[in-house]
Design a protein around this ligand. Sequence first.
Ligand SMILES: [Zn+2]
Length: 293
Amino acid sequence: MSDAAEVRQFWQDLGLPGLIDIHTHFMPERVLAKVWAYFDEVGPLTGRTWPIAYREEEQQRIDRLREFGVQAFTSMLYPHKPGMAAWLNSWAADFAARTPDCLHTATFFPEDGAEKYVGAALEQGARVFKAHLQVGAYDPADPLLDGVWGRLADSGVPVVTHCGSGPAPGKHTGPGPIGAVLARHPRLRLVVAHMGMPEYEEFLDLVERYPAARLDTTMAFTGFSEEIAPFPEDELPRLAALRDRILLGTDFPNIPYPYIEALRGLAGLGLGEEWLRAVCYGNAAELFTLDQR
Ligand SMILES: [Zn+2]
């Protein structure tokens, strides 16, 4: 079976209209080229090679998601330095305008003017934000971001945040720094990317403490990640209990294995079809108020 046929079979067997993938990367070409160059050299960081499975032209990558039956996806992008976020946001607004199945995505960096351009993105209809604490190497509790988190909490627009210490720790990764943000903005719809890998337990604690917080499954439970950071089996009952706050994410196209692996990893948890339906479609459809298509 082809890649796409296997993916379609997966959601058809569950009786779903398709998938919603809240963690996919689309970004300006030269930024994506840098990200790919990083993964080409990531071996020393993780001790593993990271061959990108879908290193293709932008249109091909969009077509692939459509062939997979992904009904809605995102264009996660993130700055690694000041002065970059507003430009990324204008690219992402344009991308969403020409890609109707992409949820309009935006980002930010701790810098003067951040609250202003985040406000502008919200007014333009941004549906989801992305923050990357390892690449950005900033403290999420930086006072320059307090207004940003406040705006996001007030608007109810989710922010997918790479705050765990995988595949490599950063100065401000781990549950502590982002926990300080949640303590100050408890209604923030924080989506902990990668299930908080490798600090799974600590991030489950955090998400259990804050009812608006969520987790995305990006790269978790796959053979690739299980080798580096295995999910503790004892914690499976907590995943079952958090069913309505776990969202499918994949990191497409920057993954070192076929897309179906992400879905097989979820199915392999043995948490049942109801759980898979919620995680792969229902929870995101509700969070983003997407029509049943
Ligand atoms: Zn990602």
